[in-house]
Design a protein around this ligand. Structure first.
Ligand code: GSH
Length: 285
């Protein structure tokens, strides 16, 4: 990219971007560079030299590259990760350790709810995995992953919401409650209902709402593929089992697959978060 540094409008907007920008999470790798630029911009007496132009290029490219705040063990982040990979969008991954990184002021400035995933694209910040996926779909429409035909679109949204509202809370129960507890039995029963519902919705189709992969497959796939690790046998749901095989044939899914060790880490994080939530609920009673 050639910076047309003589272009004063462009130059000013770039300087403003640099000056406005305070979050080290945004520019983690260029903190020293940004400090140097701030000093130069604050005392703009000298003409711009070539070293300075190069510095601005580095910073400008840093701003242009889509940043993805994530952790591989996070299912919500994996939804976005898969969307980025399936659409072959270039991005800069920013790993957020879920043992406290997410509570650091720099990150809380980016997401006040201290959750991953977050995407910052060209200075535009999006939180909430489903909103991020819609943003990516609209900005990078190829390959299309959200059908526009009314029934197909409703199917995609329905499967996404059923996953979030009906499946995920049961996955959390299975992780938190002991295997032989009534709560775990109830969770297994509800998961059976979800899997039968998904079987019905999928019918003889390859994917949810389309013959091509959709955003519903990504959201439901991340949840359903974790079930065998929690003792749910997918062989009892033939169509869902075949659909899982179709997903796992794809390079993006193999790349983002959790190892057994990572899944244990994820379970540990879920348990800690549930304990924390219950402690807070009890305290406020
Ligand atoms: N509804 C949000 C949920 C995000 C969420 O709960 N993320 C978890 C990881 S899967 C997280 O960041 N937890 C850290 C925390 O709550 O402090 C989304 O879909 O993006």
């Amino acid at each position: 990219m050639n910076l047309r540094i003589q272009d004063s409008v462009y130059e000013t907007s770039l300087f403003n971007m640099v000056l406005r920008h305070n979050t080290p999470y945004e520019m983690k790798t260029d903190r020293a560079a940004i400090r140097r630029v701030r000093v130069r911009v604050a005392s703009r007496r000298e003409p711009l030299d070539s070293e300075f132009c190069i510095l601005l290029q580095v910073i400008y490219q840093g701003f242009k590259m889509l940043k993805f705040y994530y952790n591989p063990i996070s299912p919500n982040a994996r939804r976005v990760w898969l969307t980025l990979l399936e659409k072959e969008i270039s991005f800069e991954p920013v790993l957020i350790k879920l043992d406290g990184d997410q509570l650091q002021p720099e990150f809380v400035e980016t997401n006040p709810f201290h959750h991953i995933p977050v995407v910052v694209d060209d200075g535009f910040r999006v939180v909430e995995s489903l909103a991020i996926m819609d943003y990516l779909e609209t900005k990078y429409p190829t390959p299309a992953m959200l059908p526009s035909e009314p029934q197909a679109l409703a199917t995609v949204r329905m499967v996404q919401l059923v996953t979030g509202n009906e499946l995920f809370p049961q996955i959390v129960s299975l992780i938190y409650e002991s295997e032989d507890s009534p709560q775990a039995a109830q969770a297994r029963e509800h998961i059976d209902k979800v899997l039968n519902f998904f079987t019905q919705v999928l019918g003889d189709g390859s994917f949810f709402g389309s013959e091509q992969l959709t955003l519903a497959d990504i959201v439901a796939g991340v949840g359903v593929l974790s079930l065998p690790n929690l003792g749910i046998n997918l062989n009892n749901y033939t169509k869902i089992h075949e659909w899982c095989d179709r997903l796992m044939e794809r390079p993006a899914w193999q790349k983002t697959k959790l190892s057994a060790e990572e899944f244990e880490l994820f379970k540990g994080r879920v348990r800690a978060l549930v304990r924390l939530r219950r402690y807070k609920d009890n305290k406020s009673k």
